[in-house]
Design a protein. Structure first.
Length: 332
């Protein structure tokens, strides 16, 4: 690795360390600056998550009996070496971890002051979780989120998939969801966020949210507020997009049903395939242009394919992997 690249990585790591120290010390006082830095570059997000993960692992040791604090100090020294933790701000924070057990409990384990968690759902699974602050999250199929709560911020990262957030109001601790270089700041609300296929989509059901993204041209930051019933969809390169009306059918996924209304068959199959390890595909593009309406369980791709075959007079075929091909039925 060239020296210039190494220096840049060290610089980003240092910035991440300083932001962690800032948030631990002052809570959300500079949250907008932190948010802008975090989403400006994927390397920023990765570095901050890694530093925070190292902090939390250290704190897990610090939570145990006082007699094990010596082990924590050795872990911290190795962590300092790995991350080149030479700043006075972080050193002071780490002294708190090894020297004051009560401070460790406050920063990391005291209720909702600082909790780091990761949640995931399997393919075909809908999962509901309650976060440390009392907020509820419903994870769609094959979804992963991480949550890092401090005394001043509630930050979450939607790594993949789709989730519904029912946010517990806390004026002192903003609730921010990051994903695909974008962020959503909630104000006691219910909203869906998806990070699928390179698109970041937000649909607001209740309350108020601000969707923010970095403007690479002006190096500024662009924010858009949504009102209930609005949605916005952004690609990784999008600077802005016009909000659209929420399609009510798109918000019914938490019921465990796929609901279609004159939907192109290819789109319906794409949605159904997200919930199954065995896939449906069409033998001809013309089949994909057929339109389908109705409600179908998300957990039975084989039955869905059979219904489509019967309804559109198509043939069913299966390959060695168990995937289903819909083709034209042979004439009688």
């Amino acid at each position: 690795m060239k020296n210039g690249v190494k220096a840049k990585i060290r610089s980003i790591e240092q910035e991440a360390i300083e932001w962690l120290s800032e948030i631990k010390t002052n809570g959300g006082a500079r949250r907008y600056e932190f948010e802008a830095w975090y989403v400006a570059d994927a390397a920023h997000a990765d570095a901050y998550d890694a530093v925070l993960d190292s902090w939390e692992k250290t704190a897990q040791i610090g939570k145990t009996d006082v007699g094990r604090l010596w082990g924590a100090s050795k872990h911290i020294r190795s962590t300092q070496s790995r991350w080149r933790m030479g700043t006075a701000a972080l050193a002071a924070a780490l002294v708190i971890v090894i020297g004051v057990a009560a401070a460790v409990r406050y920063f990391v384990f005291d209720g909702s002051h600082a909790v780091a968690s990761e949640f995931a759902s399997r393919v075909g699974e809908l999962r509901s979780v309650v976060l440390a602050d009392g907020s509820h999250v419903t994870l769609d199929t094959d979804t992963m989120i991480s949550a890092n709560f401090t005394s001043g911020l509630r930050t979450l990262r939607l790594k993949r998939g789709r989730a519904r957030f029912d946010v517990e109001h806390d004026a002192a601790r903003p609730f921010i969801v990051f994903g695909n270089g974008k962020s959503v700041t909630a104000h006691g609300t219910v909203f869906d966020v998806s990070n699928i296929g390179g698109r970041f989509t937000v649909a607001l059901l209740r309350g108020s949210v601000e969707v923010r993204q970095r403007d690479a041209t002006s190096r500024g930051y662009h924010g858009q507020f949504l009102v209930p019933g609005q949605a916005i969809s952004l690609s990784a390169a999008s600077v802005r997009a016009e909000p659209r009306r929420v399609n009510d059918l798109d918000t019914q996924w938490t019921t465990g049903m796929l609901i279609f209304s004159d939907t192109p068959l290819v789109d319906a199959i794409t949605m159904a395939n997200r919930y199954s390890t065995t896939k449906i595909y069409v033998a001809d593009a013309a089949i994909g242009r057929l339109r389908v309406s109705g409600s179908f369980p998300t957990n039975d791709n084989n039955n869905f394919a059979a219904i489509l075959a019967e309804g559109f007079h198509l043939s069913l075929g299966r390959n060695a992997s168990g995937d289903t091909k819909l083709g034209y039925a042979a004439p009688p």
